[in-house]
Every structure is written in C-alpha cells, then in structure tokens.
Design a protein around this ligand. Structure first.
Ligand code: NAP
Length: 559
C-alpha cells in the first residue's frame, strides 16, 4: 500500500517526500506506531526533534530522573520475545536505563532507518483538495502523507522561566526539561532549584550530595511517597517474565494502568487502627502502591482521602527534623489532587546542613538578578539556578505547532476553550489525523495506553483502507458527547479540586491557559473497554468517506 503520489516540487524548490504515514515523535508512542504502520504495510516516517529516540526521556536527562512506574509495566507488550529477552536492572528505571530499553527496541526491529532525527515539525496542514497532510519542518523540508499521527508527547513543551532579569544572571542556569548532555558540576556551588513538583523532588537529593548548598524554592508542597527503588536480581526478573500474562492483564484492568490488583477495601469498612496499618504497608510498598493498594476510595471519598493526607503529613513531621521546614512541606489540600511525586530520600534530604527550603507562596519570586534570585522580601546569591517549572502539558505539543485541519482551522483556535476529541484520539475537521497520548485519553501509566490506542488506530486505518475509503474522521456530535463524558467523570472524583492548586492535568498550571479536563478520569480499564467496543461496533461516532466527488460515504453515526 505504498503511497502512489510521486514526489513533487514545493514552493521552496525542494522535493516533497511522500509517505502513507508521518509520525511526529520517536518516544514510546511514535515507535509503537511505526511498528503498527509496518504491520499494516504502510510506508511511514517518524520525524523526531531530538538526536536520538526516547522522547521525554531524551530531553529530561537531569540527575535523578527515573520513572515512578515499575519497569515491568513501563515497556511494550506487543512482542512476547521482546519481553522475554530484555532484562531491567532496577525496579524504577533511571532515564538512561529507559533510553537503553527504547534503543534496544528500535535496533531489534531495525527502526532507525525510518526515523529522521534533528527534525522539528513546524507545520502540519490538511490539504482538502488532495486529501493529504502536508508537513513542513523547521529546516524547510516538506513531506506529504495520508495518515498523520502525533506522538509528540504530553510533557514536551516546557514552561519557560517567566521571571524578568534572567538574561542578566551571571551564573549558569538550566531547565530540567532541556538538560545538557554534558555533566553539570555542582561541587562547591550554591544551587537554587525553582519548583517542587515530581522533577524537583527527584533532582534535589542528587544535587545535595555534591553542591555546597541547595535551596529549593517551593510555592506549593506535594505529597511525596517513597519510591523504594531497588535492583532487580536474576531470580526476580525470571519471576516477572514468567508472570507477564498476569502483569499485562493487571495493567489492562487497573484504574491507572499499573500492574496492581484493586485493594478490595474501603476506608469506611475498617477501624482507625487497621487503617493506619494499611497506610503503613502502602508507604513501605513504595511508588503508586500507597495510592492504589491501600483503599479503593481514596479518590472519591473525602474522609478516606483526608486520612491518607494526614498519614503522609505525619510521616513528613516524623522524618524532617526542623519543625518549621516540616510544616512548610505539609500540603493542606487533598491527597493526589496534584499529581503526587515519588521520591527517593526527598524528605530526608532536608535534614542535611547544606539544604534549605524557601517558601515562595508567601514571598514570591520577583526577578532574577545578576547574582541570584530576588523575592518580594529577600535576596539570594547563587552560582547555578535549576528551573523545574513543568510543562504546557497534553495540548501544548499540538497547539505550539501550526496545525490546521479543514477550512484552515488551527488546532489552537479549535481548542481555545479546551481540547475536543473523540475517544481522545481523533478531532473533527482533522481527517486521518490521530493523536497518541493526547488530551481526553486516560491519566495513567503511559505505555499501556499507547498499546491500546495504537491498536485502535491500526484497526481504524485498516477498516478505512479495506472498505475502499480514504478518509476517516470524527463526527462533531460524538466529539461533543465525549467532552461531556470527560467532565462527568472528573466531577465524580475529588480530583476536580485540582483547579484550586494549579494541577497541570487540568491545564491550570500555565498562566493564560484555559483550564479544562485534559484527561479521561474513568479509569484506564474502562477506557480500553470503550475503545475496543467502539472498534467492534464499527467505529461509532466516526465517518468513513471517499474523497472522490460523488462517492457514497459509509457513516457510522454517533449513538
Ligand atoms: P510540575 O509538577 O508542574 O511542577 C512545576 C513546579 O514549578 C511546581 O512546583 C510549581 O509550583 C512551580 N512553579 C511554577 N511557576 C512558578 C513560579 N512562578 N514560582 C515558583 N514556582 C513555580 O512539573 P514537573 O515537576 O516537571 O512534573 C510534571 C509531571 O511530569 C509530573 O507530574 C509527572 O507526571 C511527570 N514527571 C514524572 C516523573 C517520573 O515518572 N518519575 C518525573 C518527573 C516528572 P505550583 O505547584 O505552586 O504551581
């Protein structure tokens, strides 16, 4: 099914390269999509801004960066032999271990030849006359394709430091999301970390080991549960491999796509003493097990959530020796209403003599000076400033591109009031465009979401082509219905309070960005059931069309 369109000259005089499919991004999503395209017999090219594969793990190579999902669920499940062959070294792999894994996958499937590195896409424009997507890169190269897939990632566009005076700073400064490949030497240096989210929580303990002094500038504290990372021995790896069918099954069913069973326990059904024992076991189990293996109602029952929050505040007060610092680190909002970070000796780090916590909620940063950071009431001197300010998450990768569908409508305008999709994968008015890990897909462990959505995309394309169609498009009524569904699911949880605490999963962290429900909060398992049922029912809420005038479209109407 190679694209029949011959290469054509563009206005710039360069040759436009034609493929059946163009994929943006060579992270987990883009690589999995490339594999699917090959299975379908499509010619496909991945355009990747970085110089190598890895996506978010390529860019966020700051010291201490590691997953907070367990390795055996932070991987591809599409190939049994791949799962059998690869040995993970640690429970929560570091960024370079994840890159090693992704590199292993692309080499094993000989994928590098279909990936063009150092290529950032500038625009993707739907050409209605030809029913083609025309892609232009920053370097001016042009591509045409029928099927256009964005796997640009949900945490790609960094929130750049908004502080005046940054250009006057005479020291070194870095953004964690664009960390240099060369080592940054903290020895003997006074270092500032601005931010207190998952990224800051990971980098702080590592920098503290060698810097003369580190100050963390915190606006909002987080509930940090311990990661309990450890090496994976040969025997444990063997047991994991032998257990893979059950692990995959758990990920398919668990609310956030993790390899865990439900706790089968509600907070209201146990005594206060038993609740403490359960929380203690969850705390020791590490990572997201505190959230998901203690009580099944932590995200819907305020009383249960309050108890979990108080338990963690008790841990903070017990670990952090200076009472004033401990109180500053204690959040006063509901647990998990901001995405909870996983830490490795995070709270313990504040007991070091060379670490300070600076409260910038009550005394905000006003500017960066030539020698450091100025707040409303204080001034600090630093040699290095690290900004861990987060991302224009989920929608940013698409709205920062010149992406236009029918009638020249830009995605930025279309999503001005918040994203609109059907199934979190397709957008009405943007035919043959698919988004992987985009808005209105589940807030969950990413690789299992990718496996399921790519599987759905593959089926949609196959049905389009097998039916003799050349256009597949979400219907507006179905998109509106999906949007209402997102809101209803969020409203059923305590997570709606995320609007009050700048939660990025509601778009509330970026000044000027319209807050909106950016994810499907009904649980990963429920989402997989919905998209599989949609596929099995013939893609309800999507239209199959023939581009040629006079052709009879086969439309499967929204229910
Ligand atoms: P984030 O959670 O959005 O945190 C950004 C931090 O910057 C917040 O503490 C925020 O404070 C602060 N900030 C923003 N503007 C500020 C200002 N003007 N002054 C002072 N502070 C300011 O970003 P992130 O830490 O990069 O994490 C984002 C997501 O990436 C995570 O939630 C997670 O999903 C993912 N991540 C995962 C891992 C992992 O797998 N282990 C590691 C890192 C990141 P406020 O809270 O007050 O807004």
């Amino acid at each position: 099914m190679l694209d029949k369109e011959s290469n054509r000259s563009t206005a710039h005089g360069s040759e436009e390269q034609a493929y059946d499919m163009i994929i943006i991004g060579a992270g987990f999503g883009g690589i999995r999509m490339l594999h699917e395209a090959r299975q379908l017999g499509l010619s496909a090219k991945v355009l990747e801004a970085g110089s190598d594969v890895g996506g978010t793990w390529y860019w966020n190579r700051y010291p201490g960066a590691r997953t907070d999902s367990e390795a055996w669920a932070y991987c591809f499940f599409f190939d049994k032999q791949l799962m059998e062959d690869y040995d993970w070294p640690e429970r929560m792999p570091s960024w370079d271990q994840v890159l090693d894994y992704i590199g292993h996958v692309v080499d094993r499937f000989d994928m590098r030849k279909d990936i063009q590195f150092d290529t950032r896409v500038k625009s993707a424009i739907y050409d209605e006359v030809a029913n083609k997507w025309r892609i232009t890169t920053m370097a001016g190269e042009t591509f045409a394709c029928t099927h256009f897939v964005s796997a640009a990632g949900l945490l790609h566009i960094a929130y750049e430091p908004p502080f005046k005076g940054l250009d006057t700073f005479q020291g070194e400064w870095h953004m964690t999301s664009r960390w240099p490949k060369e080592d940054v030497d903290f020895r003997g240096k006074r270092v500032a970390i601005v931010g207190s989210g998952s990224t800051a929580v990971q980098i702080l303990p590592i920098v503290a080991q060698s810097a003369a002094h580190v100050s963390m500038f915190q606006r909002t504290p987080n509930y940090v549960t311990p990661g309990r990372n450890h090496p994976i021995g040969k025997e444990q790896m063997r047991a994991i491999k032998d257990n893979y069918p059950a692990i995959v099954d758990q990920c398919q069913k668990q609310v956030f796509g993790f390899p865990m069973d439900p706790a089968n326990r509600l907070f209201s059904n146990v005594s206060a003493e038993e609740a403490q024992r359960v929380f203690e076991r969850g705390w020791e189990a590490g990572g997201f097990r505190f959230l998901f293996e203690t009580f099944d109602d932590l995200l819907v029952n305020q009383e249960a959530n309050d108890a979990a929050a108080e338990f963690i505040r008790g841990k903070i007060r017990a670990i952090v020796e200076d009472p004033e610092t401990a109180e500053l680190l204690c959040p006063d909002y509901s647990f998990a209403v901001k995405r909870p970070p996983t830490g490795n000796f995070f709270y313990e780090t504040f007991n070091r003599d060379n670490v300070s916590l600076i409260d910038v909620k009550n005394d905000p940063i006003t500017e960066i000076t030539p020698t450091g950071i100025k707040t409303e009431n204080r001034e600090f001197e630093f040699d290095i400033i690290i900004f861990a300010l987060g991302f224009d998450a989920v929608t940013g990768a698409l709205t920062h591109m010149d992406l236009r569908g029918r009638d020249g409508v830009t995605i930025k305008d279309k999503w001005d009031e918040g994203p609109q999709t059907n199934l979190g994968i397709c957008v009405d008015g943007f035919p043959n465009m698919y988004i992987i890990s985009g808005p209105q897909a589940p807030f969950a462990n990413i690789p299992i979401i990718i496996e399921n959505s790519v599987d759905w995309i593959g089926s949609a394309i196959k049905s389009t082509l097998d039916g003799g169609y050349d256009m597949f498009e979400a219907e507006p009524a179905a998109v509106a219905k999906w949007g209402e569904h997102m809101q209803n699911m969020l409203d059923a949880t305590l997570l709606k309070a995320g609007y009050d605490v700048n939660a990025w999963y509601l778009g509330a962290n970026i000044p000027g960005k319209k807050p909106a429900v950016l994810f499907y909060f009904g649980g990963a398992g429920a989402y997989f059931d919905e998209i599989h049922a949609n596929r099995d029912n013939g893609f309800e809420g999507f239209a199959f069309k023939r581009h040629n005038a006079g052709a009879q479209p086969r439309t499967v109407a929204a229910g």
